[in-house]
Design a binder for this molecule. Sequence first.
Ligand SMILES: NC(=O)c1ccc[n+]([C@@H]2O[C@H](COP(=O)([O-])OP(=O)(O)OC[C@H]3O[C@@H](n4cnc5c(N)ncnc54)[C@H](OP(=O)(O)O)[C@@H]3O)[C@@H](O)[C@H]2O)c1
Length: 274
Amino acid sequence: MKSTTIGFIGAGNMANGLIRGLIAKGTRPENIWASDLDESKLKLLSQDCGICTGNNSDIASNANVIVLAVKPQVMRDVCKALAADLDRRGALLVSIAAGITTAHLESWFGESAAIVRCMPNTPALVGMGASGLFANARVTEEQKLLAQGIISTVGFATWVDADSDIDIVTAVSGSGPAYFFLFMEAMQATAKEMGLSEDLARALTYHTAAGAAALAQYSEDDIATLRRNVTSPGGTTEQAILQFEDGDLRGLVAKALKAARTRSVELAEETDST
Ligand SMILES: NC(=O)c1ccc[n+]([C@@H]2O[C@H](COP(=O)([O-])OP(=O)(O)OC[C@H]3O[C@@H](n4cnc5c(N)ncnc54)[C@H](OP(=O)(O)O)[C@@H]3O)[C@@H](O)[C@H]2O)c1
């Protein structure tokens, strides 16, 4: 990957996270290009990271891998303009745009284009993302390694078998951080309501969330065992868990994730593929 030129179309939040992740993991700044409508974002990236900046055509002519990191609403126009510039260079295209399917991308770039569709999430901004990737039939094994190498600079990155699986990834990890934030908001508010200071309520909530996630990730026990381990019969945790089960928390979580997946499918259907 060290000799590959990686270009970013759109230098916003996600691109910033990926660019900084790539540099932290050893990609040379002169091998990274970025373009954006907002010159100030490019200036900052160039000053901070020493990367090359230009317009979308410069990226099309210089990069072996092009990361499409603009908002979904502008993807169609950006891709169609880029397709004309790309010609037959055969660059690998990696889209991180929500709701833009591989079929959309193939209709804009042509069926011979090597395309990876990726769904990252916001913890990528602190190097702790979780991303699902899908490759179309044109992507070679070498290009798959390259794409996974880029995305995994900002966290966990894994392949899915079908483009439609990205709708599930969207519902689980793409939108997932917001579910945990909601739970944390509720815990923090109740801790305060019961008498703790705002600072203490926040600190205890954040540290508990981070500790539980780390324990779940590094323990040899599965999450159900970890939960049972802190739920002594007749104890305090049991009382809280009973409330969650009575309120059908599991059913609510299933309903929420399925609603997110349905919305992901709808958003894709609403995008004009012509
Ligand atoms: N943030 C997330 O949680 C998240 C998670 C998963 C996936 N994604 C996907 O990641 C993509 C980027 O999201 P983001 O949060 O990084 O967005 P963002 O911060 O708005 O960055 C997008 C950048 O692209 C620029 N841009 C717009 N039109 C352009 C064009 N024609 N050529 C070059 N640059 C152009 C925008 O400039 P202006 O601001 O001047 O328009 C903006 O600076 C989105 O498609 C989103 O669906 C985001």
